[in-house]
Design a binder for this molecule. Structure first.
Ligand code: NAD
Length: 498
């Protein structure tokens, strides 16, 4: 397949700078890179700094200089800044959502949700500043008092993916800041704009200079430099399992704390007693929302054979109705992929599915010509009669391509659901209470949904995956601030004077 896409006009774009030490600065490299609208590839969203290790040194120096004074501010006051940021984000919600749709393609309903998540996390984490941060624990000895206290880790490097351009930077940065750390944030190169907007908002909310630094640039060189910098005490990365393994190796070598949120191959199990209309509606949203580019996107449906045809018919009918186009249009249900490279990658998987002998029941091709001629569009795609051993059943596609795998029983469904290397999110549709509780126990993934799609995090609940979907850390919820702080155990003796 060879599709010709328009070339972006480099002269149109606004130039955005790095945010270092509270000031907007150009890269010492003197170079920029371009980010374009995936629905209209000739439209440049911005030119961003192609930062190098020299820029990173500036950001580290700013962070190291600012962190002690920031940590000395009482945690409730640090929280007040986040609360102000929540209000500012709320005021700018529509503008930020529209920018995000133009930057990475997902529809306005979803980009509004992305901004709302950042607002909700800011409010939730702000409150954590007023909650007790340690415990008192009875000593086993006479005249001794024991407690734990939480302290900042120091300098935290945050590396984020492009699919949630504001929510993920926010849900890492806010708790890291509340815990008293200084942050270097490196966003994905397809979506740097919303991270720079986040810095703008936090500065306006009163965050002192140097506490948050945002630098843009290539994951390979700049990301590596950040991950291996001796002054960085922790790395928090959300991205692919491949990059996660690489980052973990460096952090493991250097004994640097490292929290990883990685890929998924999420399954929905549809049993024969399920409400099939509800299951089809949920899978449509779970598989094709954000054009299938969510870590929790539904990528497999494991269906009991007795209802395979009835379920597939409903699903195909629902997916056929999806309107694909520019996410800014209120009539559109599914936007483009993030870039044309992703179109090629999804198309390769569609070809692999055909070669492996799966039955294509919907889509299987890029959308080109007419309204689609300018963008990275792909048809919602469904394969059925997929075997668990096929690559389309095992590998993360990260696009609108769904595999339906027929099974005989609940036991087989669980075995297949747990058979990939990932363990992020699984959903099951059943009306049986007995099966519900068995599945709660049997499914190996960090998130489990009953009678709902595999997507839909809530900011006050922990979020994260098992197996190759992460390394055991959890984001959001009560643990969020704890993740970004050290525990110190304190023993105070007060023996009688002799
Ligand atoms: P990616 O792994 O390509 O990139 C993620 C980030 O890492 C980017 O900022 C990138 O520049 C950076 N990076 C790349 N190479 C690096 C290196 N050598 N050292 C340091 N940093 C490096 O992922 P992506 O394409 O941006 O995002 C899609 C992936 O993210 C999917 O696998 C998806 O499942 C995963 N994801 C996971 C979650 C989750 O919470 N589990 C959420 C969203 C996305």
């Amino acid at each position: 397949m060879s599709i010709s896409y328009p070339t972006p006009s480099m002269v149109q774009g606004q130039i955005y700078q790095n945010f270092i030490g509270g000031a907007w600065r150009s890269s010492r490299s003197g170079e920029t890179f371009v980010s374009t609208n995936p629905a209209h590839i000739s439209e440049v969203i911005g030119l961003y700094q192609k930062s190098t290790a020299a820029d990173l040194e500036d950001a580290i120096a700013a962070a190291v200089g600012a962190q002690p004074a920031w940590a000395a501010i009482p945690a409730p006051e640090r929280g007040e800044i986040l609360l102000r940021a929540a209000l500012l984000l709320d005021q700018q919600k529509e503008e930020l959502a529209a920018l995000m749709t133009r930057e990475m393609g997902k529809i306005l309903k979803e980009t509004r949700g992305d901004v709302q998540t950042a607002i909700d996390v800011a409010k939730y984490v702000a409150g954590e500043g007023r909650r007790a941060e340690g415990e008192t624990i009875p000593s086993g000895l006479l005249n001794k008092f024991c407690m734990t206290m939480r302290q900042p880790i120091g300098i935290v490097g945050i590396i984020t993916p492009w699919n949630f351009p504001l929510a993920i930077p926010a849900w890492k940065t806010f708790p890291a800041l509340l815990a008293g750390n200084a942050v270097i944030l490196k966003p994905a190169s397809d979506t740097p704009l919303l991270s720079l907007k986040l810095a703008e908002v936090l500065q306006e909310a009163g965050l002192p200079a140097g506490v948050l630094n945002v630098i843009t640039g290539p994951g390979g060189s700049l990301g590596d430099a950040l991950v291996s910098h001796e002054k960085v005490n922790m790395i928090s990365l959300t991205g692919s399992t491949e990059v996660g393994r690489h980052v973990a190796e460096i952090c493991g070598r250097d004994l640097r704390r490292c929290a990883l949120e990685l890929g998924g191959k999420n399954a929905v199990i549809v049993l024969e007693d399920a409400d099939l209309d509800l299951a089809a509606e949920s899978v449509t949203w779970g598989a094709f929302g954000t054009t299938g580019q969510r870590c929790t996107a539904t990528s497999r449906v494991i269906v009991q054979k007795s209802v395979q045809n009835a379920f597939t018919d409903r699903l195909v009918a629902a997916a056929e109705k999806l309107r694909v186009g520019d996410g800014l249009s209120p009539d559109v249900d599914m936007g483009p992929l993030v870039n044309t490279g992703r179109v090629k990658a999804v198309q390769e998987y569609a070809e692999i599915g055909k070669q492996e002998g799966a039955t294509l029941v919907l889509g299987g091709f890029p959308l080109t010509g007419g309204d689609y001629r300018e963008g990275a569009f792909y048809e919602p795609t469904i394969f059925t009669d997929v075997a668990p051993s096929m690559r389309i059943a095992k590998e993360e596609v990260f696009g609108p391509l769904l595999s339906i795998i027929p099974v005989a029983s609940y036991e087989e469904a669980i075995q297949v659901a747990n058979s990939t290397e990932y363990g992020l999110s699984t959903a099951i549709f059943t009306e049986s209470t007995r099966v519900t509780f068995r599945a709660m126990r049997d499914i190996v993934s960090g998130l489990v949904y009953f009678n709902a799609p595999t997507t839909g995090a809530e900011v006050h609940l922990p979020f994260g995956g098992m197996k190759a979907s992460g390394n055991g850390h959890r984001e959001l919820g009560k643990k969020a601030v704890e993740e970004f702080s050290e525990t110190k155990t304190v023993f105070v003796s007060y023996p009688e004077r002799k």
